[in-house]
Design a protein around this ligand. Structure first.
Ligand code: PLP
Length: 397
């Protein structure tokens, strides 16, 4: 078999070595604690599960759904945007359902990028932006997210020729992996940049509801002109502990939404309708659980920052998401530090280079495990590492 170039050109899988080490430890009976994967440990709310069960019994839901999504689902998304962000969306033309937002993020490249076109992709970043672009035959230009810019891109630093050539700009706030948040003013700059260089903004808002210290994150779509230049991806995954359900959407510019819906009608047949009704129950139902989730992750964030401080790290608290992003101690690479922590503490952390070249020199801790297990993992790290020397805020980072 000869693989197609688009598969050969996918970035290599970086963590094979670490995964082998994890497997060896587990085989040897070691209790390995993973702070690697970002996947909520809390259950989906009961009223959402009840809606699924009820709707699963309705034969009308057993047939093919439309690939754009039930109008009732798209209406629930539009109403949620109105109530949460003050954004009015036409559910018929400005919202499309997705099989989780990852699906749309991967497929949007096929709508907007031809082979040889250029995509601006945040680095470090969720790997799907680059992966989807490469699969569509496009080139990727990494836009660095640096600590000194609070992990926001410096749009003015993107060379003019690059910005002119680029057709899309991916963005993601609250940000995975850095935990950074954005303000409305930043999105205004993004709209101006997109207008100047005629590119489409693809904003990933998966963590918009997971923020701390009272901060309520804006939507990209709420700033003037956003809808003329882009769309936003979102889902019920992180907000309602529903990662396994695969219910997401894209919202915003009608022409982009239409292109995505047409592409999808050639690929998938939409989202099981009972799941769409369950997602409607999540969006329209009581929201106290979301506030509780913010408190829970904030408590775990503070526990983690406190433990890291005891070990010598002094990092700005992440404003959102359920990740802590920190520089590795002096003398380590991302991978050698992750291996050291696994070897000596039986704790899995994610090496930052998995999120792009500007992630090298960092590691990510995920807060999605029971608080006692997190505390146990941090205690093990403290005992194993003692005090570390962390490089001061690096000039080029
Ligand atoms: C978890 C996550 C998503 C959401 O994925 P779904 O497919 O909606 O479950 C999107 N973007 C980022 C950056 C994420 O971390």
């Amino acid at each position: 078999m000869v693989e197609a170039a688009r598969i050969r050109n996918l970035p290599p899988y970086l963590f094979a070595r670490i995964e082998r080490l994890i497997e060896e430890k587990k085989q040897a009976g070691v209790d390995v604690i993973s702070l690697g994967i970002g996947d909520p440990d809390q259950p989906t709310p009961a009223h959402v599960i009840e809606a699924l069960v009820r709707e699963a019994y309705n034969p009308a839901n057993h047939q093919y759904p439309s690939s754009a999504g039930l109008l009732a689902y798209r209406q629930a998304v539009a109403d949620w945007y109105r109530d949460r962000f003050g954004v009015e969306l036409d559910p018929r033309t400005e919202v499309v359902s997705l099989i989780g937002s990852k699906e749309g993020i991967a497929h949007i490249a096929w709508c907007l990028l031809d082979p040889g076109d250029l995509a601006l992709v945040p680095d470090p970043g969720y790997p799907v932006y680059a992966g989807g672009s490469v699969l569509a035959g496009a080139e990727v230009y990494p836009v660095p997210l640096l600590a000194r810019n609070r992990f926001l891109p410096d749009l003015a630093a993107i060379p003019t020729e690059v910005a002119r050539r680029a057709k899309v700009l991916f963005l993601n706030y609250p940000n995975n992996p850095t935990g950074a948040v954005a303000r409305e003013g930043f999105y205004r700059e993004v709209v101006a940049f997109a207008r100047e260089f005629d590119l489409v903004v693809l904003h990933d808002a998966a963590y918009s509801e997971i923020t701390f210290d009272g901060y309520r994150h804006p939507s990209f779509l709420q700033v003037p002109g956003a809808r003329e230049v882009g769309i936003e991806f979102h889902s019920v995954s992180k907000t309602y502990n529903m990662t396994g359900w695969r219910a997401g959407w894209a919202a915003g510019n009608a022409a982009v939404i239409d292109a995505l819906a047409r592409l999808k009608s050639n690929i998938d047949s939409g989202l099981f309708q009972a799941i769409q009704y369950a997602a409607i129950a999540a969006l329209r139902g009581p929201q106290e659980g979301v506030a509780g989730l913010r408190r829970l992750y904030q408590e775990r964030r503070d526990l983690t920052l406190g433990a890291l401080r005891d070990m010598g790290w002094d990092i700005a608290p992440p404003g959102g998401t359920f990740y802590v992003w920190a520089p590795v101690p002096e003398g380590y690479t991302s991978e050698s530090f992750a291996e050291e922590v696994l070897e000596r503490a039986a704790v899995v952390i994610t090496p930052g280079n998995g999120y792009g070249r500007y992630g090298e020199g960092y590691f990510r801790i995920s807060l999605t495990l029971p608080t006692e297990r997190l505390a146990e993992a941090l205690g093990r790290m403290k005992r194993a590492l003692g005090r570390v020397t962390v490089p001061a805020l690096q000039g080029d980072r």
